[in-house]
Design a protein around this ligand. Sequence first.
Ligand code: CA
Length: 241
Amino acid sequence: MSNKPMILVVEDDAAIRNLMAVTLDTQGYRYHLARNGAEALIEATTHQPDVMLLDLGLPDMEGVDIIRKVRGWTSLPIIVISARSEDADKVEALDAGADDYLTKPFSVDEMLARLRVALRRVNAEQQAPNRESALYENGSLRIDYAAGCAYMGEQEIHLTPIEYKLLCLLAKNTGKVLTHNYILKEIWGSYTASDVGSLRVFMAMLRKKLQAGDGAQPFIQTHIGIGYRMLRMDRSAEDAP
Ligand code: CA
C-alpha cells in the first residue's frame, strides 16, 4: 500500500525511457512504462496513473490521438515530450488537452519540476473539488468571482472586463499551459492569427497590474510561440523555470 504518485512513462526510445524510470525511482515515484501508443492506452486504463509523460513521436500512433482518447475518460495531467522543436506539435497537443510540455533534450530536474506542477494541480483539485468555488486564492492573489473583483493582498486590482476575463481563465486553469488559440476562443469566441498580437498586449497590461500590487511575483508565465500559464504561488517558487 503506497500513496506515492504513479507516473506513466510513454516513450519508445529505450535509453530515454530507462533514464526516466531510474530518475522516478530515485525520487520515490511509482511508475509504469509503455513503449508505444497501444501499451500507453492499456496502462492508462489499468493502472490509473496520476500523471502521464507522453512522447509525441511514437511508432504506432500519433501522440495527439492518444491525448484525445485518454481525455475521453480522465483529466489526469498529461505532459507531452517532443523531440521536435516545432511549436505546432506542442500547440496541437495542448489544444487536444495536454497540460504541459517538455522539449527534448530535457534535464531530469526539469522533468521533475514539471511533474511537481502537475501533481499540485491534481492535489489542488482534490482539495477543492467544487470548481464553482466563489473564491480563488493563489499566494497573495485573490479573485472574488461572485463580486467580480480581484485583489492583491488587501488592494483591489482595477481590471478592464477583458483583463478580468483573462485572469479568471488563467486562474481556473492554474498550472496548465493555455495556448493562444484556446485563450482567444474562450475570451473572444473566435480568432485569427493576427489576434495573438492583441492578446499579447492585453496580457502585458494584466501582468503589469498584477505585479504593481505586490512586488515582482511572476504569476503569469509566458511560453513564447505557444501561450501562457498561471503559476501556483502557494508553496515557494521551486517550480519557476
Ligand atoms: Ca519517440
